[in-house]
Design a protein around this ligand. Structure first.
Ligand SMILES: [Fe+2]
Ligand SMILES: [Fe+2]
Length: 474
């Protein structure tokens, strides 16, 4: 599984031995770079950025740090090593050897899964492309670019599968991944959350905390796939994903920390006074949290889904930590509680688990999301302040699934439209909130300096000091 760095596409998949595939990917590569130049980070083509680049799939020392101009980043194809006797762990094919090629009967579904995952990767780069113009520090700017180049590599990971395993259809899908655009009315990205704007850095941190975590759970479910190349590539993507969620969690934490400092110094929790002091008040942070959480939980799809059942039973997409679960991994007789409105309340009703697998994954995501919120609250608690941030109820502000027809408060009460309208400005970011946050966004690029609304990190990247020159402008 040695990585071949000698060619134009770094890889550990033996690309040099497959001329046709190599030719197809070398044909796609300039289209990708063209997309990066026009839709990647705005005005950043010439910057030297202190980036990590994947150079191996060994757990230790898989990445190397150094200054790179982003269009020259070595986007490569890396699969975790094949397990010689691997078997499928779930569904109708449980116990059978994993597939190294696409089984004909699952071809359309697998292609759809890979394209849907692949589409999110360039979408987030597009959503974040203007953020470099308003970075709160060089440290944060580097982190943004790191996330961006790795999402670019995740696109490569999916495009490799399309080219290698799906013939002409796969090549067409790979081209289409470069032609859809986040938020475009005529050619939008496939999933709703990836067409939303990421207009400011608070939104970016919430996005990387919540929406990249959706990515983690989707990748974990695909890492169980009976289609071994998909499992092996998503396993390696997860290594990179951890940093994206770190950027989000630590970013929000530093915003909260700075706000608490101002609350103590000014002895106030009045949003107007805090805004005057150049920090983001906690209620505004809570509204951003509510928005990003609710948009992200929609990404898991409808609570009842026959596709989810088919993907599982066919062995294409497992559950989070499938092999650690104690049940039969076939789930024909298993049930799962789904919430439904009854008599003005949300009550649990048993549904077949196979049809509820989107909800199973969503609930696992929700459990995982709680941790960071708890750590943000620790920051507030340490400052001696009584306020707390909370995750809204999963039925709040939904567009997808059975909750889409309901109005539900962040606390989980079913309410009528009048009550929703009367309170929505307390629950979701208002135009004025967004304008205020936007007004704070100025570009800070002097090493070691940070914008007024965010505390410095406690340590730098790759053991470099916080005031390291993480980005050099040319
Ligand atoms: Fe990604
Ligand atoms: Fe990510």
């Amino acid at each position: 599984m040695d990585v071949d760095y000698s060619g134009r596409i770094p890889n550990n998949v033996g690309l040099a031995d497959d001329r046709a595939l190599q030719r197809a990917l070398l044909h796609w590569q300039p289209h990708f770079v063209e997309w990066w130049r026009s839709m990647g980070p705005d005005g950043a083509l010439m910057h030297d950025v202190y980036l990590r680049t994947a150079v191996s799939v060994d757990r230790d020392g898989w990445a190397q740090f150094g200054y790179v101009r982003m269009p020259d980043y070595r986007w490569g194809i890396f699969l975790n090593p094949a397990q010689p006797d691997a078997v499928i762990h779930f569904g109708a094919h449980k116990g059978e050897p994993v597939w190294h090629d696409v089984p004909g009967e699952h071809r359309a579904n697998l292609r759809r899964i890979i394209v849907t995952q692949g589409d999110t990767e360039p979408a987030s780069v597009e959503q974040q492309r203007h953020l470099g113009n308003t970075c709160p520090s060089l440290y944060d700017l580097r982190n943004l670019y790191q996330v961006n180049v790795e999402e670019g590599r995740h696109l490569w990971a999916m495009v490799y599968l399309l080219h290698r395993h799906f013939g002409r259809d796969g090549r067409e899908e790979a081209e289409a991944l470069l032609t859809r655009r986040s938020g475009d009315a005529d050619h939008p990205r496939i999933l709703g959350a990836f067409n939303e704007k990421t207009p400011d850095w608070l939104a970016f941190f919430m996005f990387t905390y919540f929406t990249d975590r959706d990515g983690k759970f989707q990748l974990c479910a695909l890492a169980e796939s009976g289609f071994a190349p998909l499992a092996r590539t998503t396993q390696f993507m997860l290594t990179e994903e951890a940093h994206h969620m770190f950027v989000g969690e630590s970013g929000v934490s530093r915003v909260v920390q700075r706000t608490c400092q101002a609350m103590i110094a000014l002895k106030t929790d009045d949003p107007a006074q805090l805004r005057e002091a150049g920090v983001i008040d906690l209620p505004t942070i809570q509204r951003y949290l509510n928005f990003h959480y609710s948009v992200t939980v929609d990404l898991f799809g409808a609570d009842r889904s026959s596709n989810a059942a088919i993907f599982y039973t066919s062995g294409l997409k497992g559950r989070f930590e499938e092999t650690k679960r104690a049940d039969d991994h076939v789930l024909q007789d298993a049930g799962y509680p789904l919430l439904a409105a009854s008599g003005g309340k949300l009550v649990a009703q048993e549904a077949p688990m196979l049809n509820a697998l989107n909800e199973v994954l969503r609930d696992d995501f929700a459990k995982d999301s709680v941790g960071g919120v708890g750590r943000w609250n620790k920051v507030i608690e340490k400052a001696g302040l009584p306020q707390r941030l909370v995750l809204p109820h999963k039925a709040f502000n939904r567009r997808i699934g059975s909750f889409a027809e309901l109005r539900v408060s962040p606390g989980g009460e079913v309410i009528d439209d009048a009550a929703w309208q009367a309170n929505v400005d307390r629950w979701l970011p208002t135009v004025a909130d967004r304008a205020f946050v936007a007004s704070l966004m100025g570009r800070v690029v002097e090493p070691g300096k940070f914008a007024s609304w965010i505390a410095p990190p406690s340590i730098g990247i790759n053991r470099q000091p916080v005031d390291f020159e993480y980005v050099r402008f040319n």
